[in-house]
Ligand binder design. Sequence first.
Ligand SMILES: O=C(O)CCC(=O)C(=O)O
Length: 256
Amino acid sequence: MERLTTQQRQQFDDEGYVVVDNLLSPTEVDVLRHALAELEDSNRQDECFDWQGGHIVTIHGLPLLQGALSRLAQYRPVVDLISELMGRSIQLTGAILLDKHPQHNWDIGWHQDNGIYVDHIPDGAPEDIRGGIPVYSTLAMEMAQNVSCRISLDEAGFDTGGLYVLPRSHLENYGGNDKIEERFGDHVGVLAHQEPGSALCYRPLLLHRANKMTATGRRRILHLQYGPDDLKLPGTDTYPWPQGRPLTALESLLAE
Ligand SMILES: O=C(O)CCC(=O)C(=O)O
C-alpha cells in the first residue's frame, strides 16, 4: 500500500525529509504511551536506559526490549512507509526513545547523524559505545540511502523542542561538527512540526538541530533508524538486532 502522495515523495527526494501526518491512530499512540509508562513504573535499570529524576530520558537499545515500543520498529505502517521511501528490502539499524521535558531539557546545534550501531568498531575507528552498543561514525556516503523516522507521541514543534532541518543538506557528509558550525551556524532552517502519531522521515545526513522546550508537558519521540538490507560498512556490519534481516512487518503493536 502506498502511504505517500506524489508531492510528499518529491519533497523527500529533493529536500531530504517529509512529515507524514496520522501514520498512527490516537489509539496506537496511547498504546505506546502506556508501554512507556509501564517501563517507567518498572524502574528498570540497565545500560540502555538513561534515567533522570524518575523519567527515562533516553533508551538506546529499544529493539532489544519486549513489547509495543520495540514492535513499533517492525509495525506494518512504519515498515511500508520506509520500504516505499527506500524502494528496496530494508533492515532496522537502531531505535532510540527520546523524552524531552522541562526538567530534562536539551538543545543541540546543526549536526548530521553519521553514526550507526554496529556489530564491532572497525580497526582504527574511535571507540564509541552508546547504551552498551558500539557505534561507528561513517566518513563518506555509506548512509546516503538510510532513512530515520521519528514517530512523535506528543506535539513536537516551536516551543516543544521539535526538529529544525536544513532542506537539501543531505548530499554530503560534512565529517564533523566544527566544520558544520562554521558553515551553517547562522542558518535558521525549517521547523518540521509534528503532531502526535506523525512520522518525520529524513535522510540521516540531513542537517538538523533542536531547541529546548519552553512549554510545559513532554515531547516523547521514538527515533527509528533503517538502512537498505544490503548496506555496506567498511570493516564491520550493522548491529545484529533481533528483528532480523530483511525486516518483515508485524500486523499489531501488541503480541499476538
Ligand atoms: O530530539 C532532539 O531534540 C534532537 C535529537 C537529534 O538531533 C538526533 O537524534 O540526532
